[in-house]
Design a protein around this ligand. Structure first.
Ligand SMILES: [Mn+2]
Length: 299
């Protein structure tokens, strides 16, 4: 929420920041809303995710009492919504890559607001081109490690598999995989921290840090990594999953020990849950922004 000294209200700008507060030249963080859900295989609606996340963000407090910082003062620029390409997921991934790349070259931390998980691949392709030593921390209930699914190699069920072909991936929160994925994990170097149904503890911060092979980390959060009692507004919910504090604990540890160079928050499907889900997604983006800028040397 802005301090209202300008009496201006921009609902399509994260935290409803005014044009001056959200100026691209001085912004450290660029948010790109991507209302794309063309590869969704069950419940659609993630196309409405970015708008509802941004609307909810207007009601967050600018001051983060845990870090003692004014998040609005970090400099957060929200771009206009990226128009979906409907003819193929690969064309959409390419559009995301081309959109993100110039911002990375300007040393901005780019956050995608999805949209289905497919969009992550475009951002990671752009980051990987500039950071050969990038590693990806992938929060998800699902492995997303199928080579192909429903005839496509480029849908939301294959995202982590495609990422693993270009850089190291560490998955957290996983509690649903196919036999093919289980066999792939055995022989691949993808590090998967599963959530156990009976004793659903997250992995320790130290274990996750040890699994991340480089200091530059991209964090992708599929909101279905969270317990669906907290986050029902996703297309393919899975029982169990991370609590809010468990997810925050991991992100805090990564933010303090590594450079979070980019991130995304994907799969919010607002019509499938109470409106608190949009607030949770907005607060998650807010915390990712805060921790990404906390220690980011960006060299
Ligand atoms: Mn998922």
């Amino acid at each position: 929420m802005t301090n209202c000294d300008t009496n201006m209200w921009n609902p399509l700008s994260f935290l409803s920041l005014s044009a001056k507060e959200a100026d691209l030249d001085t912004a450290k963080v660029v948010l790109v809303p991507v209302p794309y859900d063309s590869t969704t295989t069950y419940k659609t609606g993630t196309r409405d995710g970015p708008l509802e996340l941004l609307r909810a963000s207007a009601h967050l407090e600018d001051f983060d009492h845990e870090l003692g910082i004014d998040v609005a003062a970090i400099g957060i620029h929200t771009t206009p919504f990226l128009e979906p390409v409907l003819n193929s997921p690969q064309a959409m991934i390419d559009r995301v890559r081309k959109t993100v790349q110039p911002f990375i070259e300007q040393k901005k931390i780019v956050g995608l607001l999805g949209g289905d998980h497919t969009i992550t691949l475009g951002s990671i392709q752009a980051y990987r081109a500039l950071y050969p030593n990038l590693s990806v921390l992938y929060f998800d209930a699902h492995g997303d490690l199928r080579d192909s699914y429903m005839g496509s190699k480029w849908g939301h069920a294959n995202v982590a598999r495609r990422i693993s072909e270009i850089c190291p991936v560490v998955e957290v929160g996983v509690r649903s995989i196919s036999k093919e994925e289980a066999e792939f994990i055995e022989k691949s170097n993808v590090h998967v921290f599963f959530m156990n149904s009976v004793d659903p503890k997250p992995p320790s911060h130290l274990d996750v840090l040890a699994a991340l092979s480089s200091p530059k980390v991209y964090i992708s959060v599929d909101l279905d990594c969270l317990d669906p009692s907290l986050m029902p507004a996703v297309g393919t919910p899975e029982p169990g999953g991370l609590s809010w504090s468990q997810l925050m604990g991991l992100i805090e540890a990564i933010g303090k020990e590594r450079d979070i160079v980019g991130f995304d928050v994907v799969e919010l499907s607002p019509d499938l849950g109470p409106f608190s889900c949009s607030f949770t997604a907005a607060k998650l983006a807010y915390k990712l922004i805060a921790y990404a800028t906390l220690t980011n040397s960006y060299e």
